[in-house]
Design a protein around this ligand. Structure first.
Ligand SMILES: Cc1cc2nc3c(=O)[nH]c(=O)nc-3n(C[C@H](O)[C@H](O)[C@H](O)COP(=O)(O)O)c2cc1C
Length: 331
């Protein structure tokens, strides 16, 4: 069983994290909690003390805990920032350490799972997305929030992932071991690919059927590749089951072309294909050779929207190009 460092910040979703701490403790983990001042406005430290059986650290200058932030990080197998406020994400991205939570997170040597929770407009704020992309590029795992009714009355993305979902992700990361730490997006960065980094809400249609799912873009190998994870769709796919896919995109400088490898579950069964592409201004266009005919995927960057439009066309039996799907990626 693992030693888990749980950093709790001031989101209304903090009550869900008390449940998470309880679940993790019941699963046999040693859960050590640090809380921000704002988090304590919403839930008492004694709640976490009682569910974990461990002292909760709230103050860097606690008379009993002079360098607790170092001791806590020395012992942690995995750290979890949950709920992660926009403020705590920004502080970590900037490297600020002005309280117990931020200073402890700066001293981390273990992998980190970030579970954001905030109002939809805060979530869509480019500063928040930029800070998350920075953390992700440094190797942090981000568990994107769900979509739905928020405590503030708004509807949309920003709701903290459910405790069972976070607990499952923690178990997965513990089983996987420490991930490789990657740097910021590399030198001479591609003009378009880094714009796919971060969390997206995908809305669209496939052959007239609505499609809605979360998509996460993360950097691989110091930004030489970009991974797009199409999480299982909230709407049924053409075969009635959720559609999910994993794509890896990069630029092959030697061959002078873009490459996109796609693994997905769609219709008849799982498929794995490689497409080659080129950039035309603010568009990336990939061609895939499926056994049934060619397929084209076009990613169009929209600077004014800070989002992407995707159009997919396929070749029919006679070789004519027919629309297959349109998708929009927005924050
Ligand atoms: C009732 C209430 C609920 C809040 N919920 C959130 C939230 O869900 N996400 C967020 O980023 N900020 C939220 N805030 C704002 C943060 O508490 C505020 O930015 C604070 O400075 C965060 O500090 P911390 O990151 O050190 O915990 C909330 C504020 C209040 C008063």
């Amino acid at each position: 069983m693992a030693t888990l460092l749980l950093a709790v910040t001031g989101s209304i979703a903090v009550y869900k994290v008390a449940d998470l701490a309880s679940k993790l403790t019941q699963a046999g983990h040693d859960v050590r909690v640090v809380m921000s001042q704002a988090a304590q406005q919403l839930v008492q430290p004694s709640t976490f003390l009682n569910v974990t059986g461990n002292k909760v650290f709230t103050d860097l200058w606690d008379p009993d805990g002079q360098t607790q932030h170092i001791a806590l990080t020395d012992e942690a197998d995995l750290a979890i920032l949950a709920p992660a406020t926009a403020n705590s994400i920004a502080k970590l991205a900037l490297g600020l350490g002005d309280d117990m939570v931020s200073t402890t997170l700066l001293a981390l040597g273990s992998p980190l799972l970030v579970c954001p929770a905030m109002n939809t407009r805060m979530w869509r704020n480019p500063a928040v997305q930029h800070n998350l992309a920075t953390l992700r590029a440094r190797g942090a795992h981000v568990l994107a929030p769900g979509s739905g009714n928020l405590a503030c009355g708004h509807v949309g993305p920003g709701r903290l992932a459910e405790p069972v979902e976070i607990a499952a992700e923690i178990e997965r990361l513990l089983a996987e071991g420490a991930p490789p730490v990657v740097d910021e997006w590399g030198e001479g960065e591609d003009p378009l690919l880094p714009r796919l980094l971060g969390e997206w809400q995908l809305e669209g249609e496939v052959r007239g059927h609505p499609l809605r799912q979360r998509v996460s873009g993360s950097a691989l190998y110091a930004g030489r590749f970009l991974r797009l994870t199409y999480h299982p769709s909230e709407t049924p796919g053409l075969d009635g089951r959720p559609y999910a896919a994993e794509a890896t995109l990069g630029y092959d400088a030697q061959a002078g072309r873009y490459v996109m490898q796609l693994v997905d579950v769609f219709g008849a069964g799982p498929a794995a294909v490689v497409g080659f592409g080129e950039r035309e201004g603010s568009e990336l266009c990939f061609r895939f050779a499926y056994s049934t005919g060619e397929f084209e995927t076009r990613f169009r960057w929209l600077p004014e929207e800070q989002g992407w439009d995707l159009s997919l066309t396929s070749q029919d039996g006679e070789g004519a190009w027919v629309p297959f799907a349109t998708k929009r990626l927005r924050r």
